[in-house]
Design a protein around this ligand. Structure first.
Ligand code: HMG
Ligand code: MG
Length: 307
């Protein structure tokens, strides 16, 4: 299959990245991260999560983050989805002005219990209510399936199990289904087999790849996904992140690395790599460490040599 000519990138760093930070990050820093990502050309930025602050204290400032984003200027046409696990989360997201939300299920029972304290079937019932209420409010809903290439508690996850949850989310009205390799353990042929299983149940153009980079396979998995026809990928600037309920899992694939890969393949993303790398360097500095993006570090070293 020919590779897609255009790819949409959803930068999830303000949520998936910062949800796993041990140190507290100022709300103003989060809003500035969102602003810089928008200026760099990202058209979808996952802003925050309306989850229980007891479970994920890092996202407790969700309403303040959304309020700050609503005041940003000069970055039109961007969607800022926020994670919601249930109706309570949706109500809070709507009150805070969210125009897009994301529900997050799992292909593994054990992970569903650890992450959202209910079974897969119970989660789908909750999500159905969320989607119905969101539709009434004219708010789009994205759907996630976690543990698509393995579970930290259960081990192997069958592609068919992923396909069933993806199909259920799509059938209830999620406009796009993001397939999450939460533990970042997948390899390209496994990723292909999983995508092929899912693509039997929903259109390829509705599928997004969400790869964590724990084992350094994320870019290879993205390339394999492109070969299957997937044209939407989630990533985090500077490779920030991890899931608090997935022990040992590292950050998402770095947005800089994905943009570099795609640009090398002649695929358009509309993103300014230099501005993105500068954003990655800036947020890494704010967090007091080096960027996890190899492309970001290389570009930074090149710029330093020039200066
Ligand atoms: P629970 O304890 O079963 O909830 O948690 P409950 O319904 O029994 O309520 C208990 C308390 O939580 C009550 O408060 C509720 O009001 C409150 P209390 O009466 O005790 O004061 N509550 C809430 N508060 C704020 N926002 C809400 C909310 N709902 C209930 N939405 C719950 C269930 C789902 C809330 C909890 O398990 C939770 O918040 N989990 C979120 C976990 C999380 O955010 N994980 C990380 C994101 S997933 C991820 O990273 C994977 C992904 O990136 C894809 C991939 O990589 O694969 C998406
Ligand atoms: Mg994730």
């Amino acid at each position: 299959m020919a590779l897609p000519t255009k790819v949409k990138i959803v930068d999830v760093s303000p949520r998936d990245g910062l949800q796993n930070e041990k140190q507290s990050v100022l709300t103003a820093t989060k809003i500035e991260l969102v602003r810089r990502l928008g200026v760099a050309g990202l058209k979808a930025i996952e802003a925050t999560a309306f989850v229980s602050p007891k479970w994920v204290p890092q996202m407790a400032d969700n309403a303040e983050v959304m309020a700050g984003i609503s005041r940003l200027e000069g970055v039109a046409g961007i969607s800022y989805p926020a994670l919601v696990p249930n109706l309570k989360g949706l109500e809070a997201a709507l009150t805070a002005g969210a125009r897009e939300v994301a529900v997050f299920g799992a292909a593994s029972e054990a992970f569903s219990q650890k992450n959202i304290n209910c079974s897969i079937a119970e989660s789908l019932e909750r999500f159905r209510l969320v989607v119905e209420a969101a539709k009434k409010a004219d708010v789009k809903v994205r759907g996630y399936v976690s543990c698509v290439l393995g579970c930290p508690y259960q081990g192997e996850v069958a592609p068919q199990a992923v396909a069933e949850v993806a199909r259920a989310l799509y059938d209830m009205g999620c406009y796009e289904i993001s397939l999450g390799d939460t533990i970042g353990a997948g390899t390209p042929e496994k990723a292909k087999a999983m995508i092929e299983a899912v693509a039997k149940h929903l259109p390829l153009k509705k599928i997004a790849g969400h790869y964590h980079d724990t084992y350094g396979m994320a870019v290879a998995n993205i390339y394999a996904s492109l070969q299957c026809g997937v044209a939407i990928f989630d990533s985090s600037v500077a490779g920030l992140g991890g899931c608090p309920y997935s022990p040992g899992a590292s950050g998402n694939v770095a947005t800089e690395d994905v943009v570099y890969l795609l640009s090398g393949l002649g695929i358009d993303t509309g993103i300014d790599l230099a501005a993105l790398a500068a954003t990655g360097a800036w947020i890494s500095g704010e967090l007091g460490r080096a960027s996890n993006s190899r492309v970001g570090r290389a570009l930074l070293a090149k710029a330093a040599k020039k200066a």
